[in-house]
Design a binder for this molecule. Structure first.
Ligand SMILES: Cc1ncc(COP(=O)(O)O)c(C=O)c1O
Length: 419
């Protein structure tokens, strides 16, 4: 159990990330680009280097480095099992979330027939839309749940109204990578199951901002990308054992028929898999810093989030309050601090008629890294009517950011708005 965790030691946190020392045009770099991939702590690069220098081999061989590689992959499954709160054989590694979701959707599609239905949402990244829409080729009907444009939350009535006895999959995001909205995925999973459908959750954007517990959620699948939570560029899937066992993935014949291995096509990037363990270990170490003497690695992970969630919320509160004072600024998403449990620390804005690229470039020249565009949340930018105008400017905060950095971006945006 986790209680009474100490506050986050930001000095220790920042010392783990060498990239935070970067300077741009004489100023310290500010990394608000986390939603597209966070920075990586030195524990991760050390583990990857150690693997490549001393243990590098393919799997399944009768010699020491191959056995070490097998052990490294098994350790990474254990690490992700702690992260998801599942068992190690329910963890599948893949190139990235998009590739995993296309492969899974294709395997699920083998069980579907024309007229079966899948529900996706307007809030989601296209990687949780296009793989399901690809099944339209088989006659599957894809229905799209709308949002409430005023606060960029899912229209839950609309979503619920789209479920019926033909619904086979409900594909929903845990948190929006564009506007930060956190969806009630446990409730949506219950609705999906009541309709007899599978619940697939895209937790890519949620993972750096909150603890995941697939046992409590009771979802059938949940996918995330370690490079969004301080790890290397890969994707990881949780799948309920019964589904990983039953469904038939497309695979080459000589590859293992056992699961989860048969879901992993070809040779994996073993050094990255080893890096995933190190990313989980980094978070666990953070948790142990906050709560010395904590028991299991899972408890240590929960302790980490117990410290990072309120820390990020403090930064978010300052950021949103400051943004709302900027003349001509349009804000997309929840702004009421009383509702901040419904959102994470990723915000999107526009300023007057300025193209978001213009603002991102202005900030970039001052060493502040933000993103502009649609971030592949294409349904959303179209629905908000900003797609034709360059989308939005996205500022993403994670736990290695600071209040000073928030003040810097606010000062730069105030200056920009005056130009
Ligand atoms: C919410 C969300 N889902 C899916 C993806 C796609 O992830 P990947 O790059 O691992 O395919 C992203 C990447 O930005 C994302 O933010």
């Amino acid at each position: 159990m986790v209680h009474g965790a100490a506050a986050l030691d930001t000095a220790w946190v920042r010392a783990q990330f060498p990239s935070l020392q970067l300077r741009v045009n004489g100023q310290a770099a500010v990394y608000f680009d986390g939603p597209a991939g966070t920075q990586v702590p030195q524990q991760v690069t050390r583990a990857m280097q150690e693997y490549l220098l001393r243990h590098n081999a393919n799997t399944g061989g009768a010699f020491v480095t191959s056995r070490q590689t097998d052990a490294g992959i098994a350790a990474a499954r254990e690490a992700m099992a702690d992260f998801f709160h599942c068992t190690a054989d329910e963890v599948v590694f893949g190139q990235n979330m998009t590739t995993i979701t296309f492969a899974l959707a294709r395997a699920i599609g083998r069980e579907l027939k024309a007229g079966d239905e899948i529900v996706v949402t307007t809030l989601d990244h296209d990687a949780n839309v296009a793989p399901w829409r690809a099944l339209e080729e088989r006659g599957v009907v894809v229905r799209q749940a709308d949002i409430r444009a005023t606060d960029c939350t899912l229209d839950l009535e609309d979503l619920r109204g789209k479920l019926n006895s033909r619904t086979k999959v409900v594909a929903v995001g845990y948190a929006s990578n564009a506007v930060g909205t956190i969806n009630p995925v446990a409730e949506i999973t219950k609705w999906a199951h009541a309709a007899g459908a599978l619940a697939f959750i895209d937790a890519v954007h949620y993972a750096p901002h909150g603890a995941i517990d697939v046992r409590t959620l009771d979802c059938d699948f949940l996918v995330c990308s370690p490079y969004k939570f301080f790890g290397p560029h890969m994707g990881t899937l949780y799948g309920k054992r019964e589904h990983l066992e039953r469904l038939r993935p497309y695979k080459v014949r000589p590859a293992s028929d056992l699961f989860p291995d048969r879901w992993e096509t070809g040779t994996q990037p073993h050094e990255l898999i080893v890096g995933i363990t190190a990313a989980v270990e980094y978070l666990a170490e953070l948790g142990r810093q906050c709560q010395p003497g904590i028991g299991t690695r899972r408890d240590a992970l929960l302790a980490a989030y117990t410290a990072t969630v309120p820390y990020e919320r403090k930064l978010l509160t300052a950021l949103i309050a400051g943004l709302l004072e900027i003349p001509g600024l349009a804000f997309y998403g929840i702004t009421d601090p009383a509702r901040f449990t419904e959102r994470c620390s990723t915000v999107s804005v526009r300023i007057g008629g300025h193209h978001p690229t213009e603002i991102a470039t202005y900030l970039g020249e001052r060493g502040i890294f933000t993103w502009d565009g649609n971030f592949y949340a294409l349904n959303l930018t179209e629905r908000l009517g900003v797609q034709e105008r360059g989308g939005v400017l996205r500022i993403g905060l994670v736990h290695y950011n600071t209040v000073d950095e928030v003040e810097r971006v606010l000062a730069a945006l105030r200056e920009f708005a005056r130009i």
